[in-house]
Design a protein around this ligand. Structure first.
Ligand code: GLY
Length: 331
């Protein structure tokens, strides 16, 4: 496995896809442009929706990004698992009516196994139950154990109305010791053993507000690879929070609380919540979202209050979030 800092992982990903003819675009703002269906950008593909539907012409039919995202659906899991966040960076490669499965699958395999050096025997993939085409392509990938291909009913990706489609997820088996121990534990299990690191979406439909799935004129590719998750694997850390992308915030909390991360499971959760929420706050305020009583501003206010509450639970008196934001900006 090739050790990389978080920054190096992002650079390697973008460069890899640039080498495959993709245009590297900067992260978009968290505030969706002309998209009333979304409160905030929560996936790499979200700001690119008009390119998938054909409403706008993309600057290049192949694009790659490292998109800042805020998604609060998993907020109660933050700090309790190794991998859930309200704020994260999503790496992605996108095809707007250009390449499809036959390229997206081998490129993902090549990046993970050759650039990142992940052990092939520990990788698993899931496919949509009737996606024999994806299975055939996966079967050709060097070193992938055919028994590590599983069919999962929920392998269909959508984020509100808009472009969507069946998907294929790539997991790494982090070992029994990281799992729930249940006999049924396998890719898709809620525990931390099989870590989903990348989702390849075969975007073929446009879901209307009424829930109708209209076939898109062109087939597209949308992928989402969690930077923090991939960094945790390459840095051989037990959680995303211990990577160089988040741990400096925990060290800051250690300093001001006088407590040590790893000494007490409950306090660790609070430290992780503060680290995650500090990033959310920094990302949102950077995009000119301010605390308020409604909409995006209310999301920020709720996150801010949660972070303060966890600080109080650690015995921190007085204001401490400004310093945490300073650490985020250094990272
Ligand atoms: N759009 C793919 C993902 O977010 O997983």
């Amino acid at each position: 496995m090739n050790y990389m800092t978080g920054k190096e992982v992002a650079e390697a990903f973008l460069k890899f896809f640039e080498g495959k003819g993709h245009l590297i675009m900067p992260s978009f703002s968290l505030i969706p442009e002309n998209d009333p269906t979304l409160l905030m950008i929560g996936a790499g593909m979200a700001p690119l929706k008009p390119f998938f539907t054909g409403k706008l012409k993309p600057p290049c039919p192949r694009v790659t990004t490292n998109q800042r995202c805020v998604r609060t659906g998993d907020i109660e899991n933050v700090g309790r698992t190794a991998r859930h966040h309200t704020a994260f960076m999503m790496l992605g490669n996108f095809s707007f009516g250009d390449y499809f499965k036959a390229e997206a699958i081998p490129w993902a395999w090549e990046f993970l196994t050759e650039v990142c050096g992940l052990p092939r025997e520990k990788l698993w993939v899931s496919i949509y139950p009737n996606d024999d085409e994806a299975e055939q392509i996966w079967l050709k990938q060097p070193g992938l154990n055919p028994e590590h291909i599983v069919r999962l009913e929920d392998n269909f990706w959508e984020i509100g109305p808009g472009p969507c489609g069946p998907d294929s997820e790539i997991y790494i088996d982090l070992g029994e010791e990281r799992g729930c121990g249940k006999e049924t534990c396998s890719p898709g299990c809620d525990c931390d053993r099989f870590l989903e690191i990348w989702n390849l979406v075969f975007t073929q439909f446009d879901r209307t507000e009424d829930g109708e799935y209209k076939p898109l004129e062109h087939k597209n590719i949308d992928t989402g690879c969690g930077l923090e998750r991939l960094a945790s694997v390459l840095q051989q850390k037990n959680s995303n929070f211990e990577t160089d992308l988040l741990f400096p915030i925990i060290e800051y909390v250690e300093n001001i609380s006088g407590l040590k991360f790893g000494d007490d499971a409950k306090r660790d959760i609070s430290m992780k919540v503060i680290a995650d929420h500090a990033r959310s706050m920094a990302f949102m305020i950077m995009d000119k979202i301010l605390p308020s009583n409604e909409g995006r501003g209310y999301v920020l206010r709720r996150i801010l209050r949660r972070a303060i509450r966890h600080g109080r639970m650690l015995g921190i008196k007085g204001a401490f979030l400004e310093g945490a934001i300073g650490v985020v900006s250094k990272i």
